[in-house]
Design a protein around this ligand. Structure first.
Ligand SMILES: [Zn+2]
Length: 499
């Protein structure tokens, strides 16, 4: 497929694409291999590049030109869709006074730096004033949106991260999560715990690095298009249609962490690599929502990376790399990989308890958005919710309210997309399993079949459809969170021999 834009618009896309690629390259370089002392110079370059891109796109004349161009495009065409998505973004911030916007970004940057230090010192009081300002600034920015009606601030925040998703829909979603998963978690907790000594033992980091290559080989990663490196926090950066960078972190005593994060990040990478190549540089690639992206990373992590079939395939090479595993059966290994235990830290949570970590953040964000949050009591509110939903209580701010950087980075409304993504993944998996024998394909080292199904049914659309639309079209029924909770019920009932 080819997109045909007017020359002025194609030039805009190409120029913004060049700025974005340069910024992305600097960012990946900083996070992976750049010597720390080079940061101030490369931060300066990043700020200049970003502001040049911002100026170009937000120029009032350019805006008018794009607006006129939009009217000339046929509704329903991909070109029109691209322009619609760009204008939607531009209009969100168009009326925000430039001085205020700059100041808000500055507060946010300082807030992030403060959060890092506050987390290290486990001192919420230090971060509190920044958090209050960041939330207030976010609300003020939202108030300039043409879609703001005085009471839908959280809807607009949620929409930033997953188009079309509003509080009402998330409320319904989390009601199902609460009703179905809280009793299941309680049953699992009362059951005989799974001994995870083996997966929690210490494993040589160089061997873990080698094993990551084995994983990517079986996931049929193209080394000419995907590059794996190491960072403190794993992420994926999309440089272009043919260039995705993924990172992981190896821990001596958390073997699974690097394995599952590599599979997870590869899921993100695969999504962007399998979009229609014509979408490269355009909003049809860029504007994919966070829940949409998480649905693909969690699809790989949960429905591939945690399965018996996948580990049957990997087992010979696993034992070769780590002879410690030779006395354990694949079934036992997979039991350990999937063991569930309520914990305090979201990023280390298992598949079953994970959505409850998100629920807690969702409930707090609603209070931020409607102004009812008492910031003085936030650590207590956080701890009470952990106790209520997961039966564990953080003893300090580091393992409590300060653990994530999202709010410090101004991302309010982001968290819920993580849980929704897992639910989308479950509904897509159900359909895939009707059409292909996923387990057989995995056991026989034919991940291509799974990859191609995802390309054809999901990935190639990019942002031309929302993930909700894709899920409903592919599965032939409305999105239903019970598919996700039933999948978890079924899996954990078997795993823990519940009745
Ligand atoms: Zn992810």
């Amino acid at each position: 497929m080819k997109l045909n834009f007017e020359p002025f618009y194609q030039e805009l896309i190409d120029t913004l694409g060049a700025y974005a690629l340069a910024a992305c390259t600097i960012y990946t370089d900083q996070a992976t291999i750049a010597p720390r002392k080079g940061a101030s110079r490369s931060n300066e370059a990043l700020a200049i590049l970003n502001s040049l891109a911002f100026k170009l796109e937000h120029d009032p004349e350019m805006y008018e030109q794009i607006k006129a161009y939009q009217a000339s495009l046929e509704e329903g065409s991909l070109e029109r869709k691209e322009v619609d998505l760009r204008l939607l973004d531009l209009e969100e911030t168009k009326e925000v006074p430039a001085d205020f916007y700059r100041q808000a970004l500055h507060t946010q940057a300082e807030g992030e730096t403060c959060w890092l230090e506050a987390k290290e010192k486990s001192d919420y009081e230090m971060f509190k004033p920044y958090l209050k300002s960041i939330v207030a600034d976010t609300l003020k920015i939202i108030s300039y949106s043409p879609r703001f009606n005085g009471s839908n601030a959280y809807d607009l925040m949620l929409d930033t991260y997953e188009r079309g998703m509003q509080q009402k829909q998330y409320d319904e979603f989390f009601e199902v999560i609460k009703a179905e998963l809280i009793p299941l978690i309680a049953k699992v907790n009362a059951a005989k715990p799974i001994d995870t000594t083996l997966v929690d033992a210490d494993y040589d980091i160089d061997k873990q690095r080698e094993f990551a290559k084995v994983l990517l080989k079986h996931l049929k990663a193209d080394p000419e298009r995907v590059y794996l490196s190491e960072t403190e926090h794993p992420f994926t950066n999309f440089h272009s249609h043919d260039d995705a960078r993924i990172t992981t972190h190896y821990y001596e005593n958390r073997f699974l962490s690097a394995v599952l994060s590599t599979v997870h990040e590869y899921g993100h990478a695969l999504y962007s690599l399998q979009m229609d190549p014509a979408f490269d540089k355009t909003k049809l690639a860029d504007a994919v929502g966070c829940a949409a992206h998480e649905s693909q990373s969690r699809f790989l992590e949960n429905h591939i990376g945690r399965t018996t079939a996948f580990w049957q395939l990997l087992y010979p090479e696993l034992v070769e790399a780590f002879p410690e595993f030779k006395d354990v059966s694949v079934d036992e290994l997979v039991r350990q990989i999937n063991a569930s235990q309520p914990s305090l830290v979201r990023t280390e949570a298992d598949e079953l308890t994970y959505p409850l970590h998100i629920l807690i953040r969702y409930e707090i964000e609603k209070m931020m958005a409607d102004g009812s949050l008492d910031y003085d009591k936030l650590p207590e509110i956080w701890a009470d919710k952990y106790e209520e939903y997961l039966g564990v209580r953080p003893q300090n701010d580091k393992e409590g309210v300060l653990q994530d950087m999202h709010w410090a980075g101004g991302s309010i409304g982001y968290f819920p997309s993580y849980a929704l993504g897992s639910a989308y993944a479950a509904q897509l998996y159900e359909k895939m399993a009707e059409e292909i024998d996923v387990e057989k394909a995995l056991r026989e080292d034919r991940f291509e079949e799974i990859r191609d199904w995802l390309e054809k049914n999901v990935h190639h659309y990019g942002a031309s459809k929302t993930m909700r639309e894709i899920v409903e079209e592919v599965s032939g029924k409305p999105f239903d969170p019970h598919i996700y909770t039933n999948y978890l019920k079924d899996k954990y009932t078997k795993l823990y021999n519940l009745d």
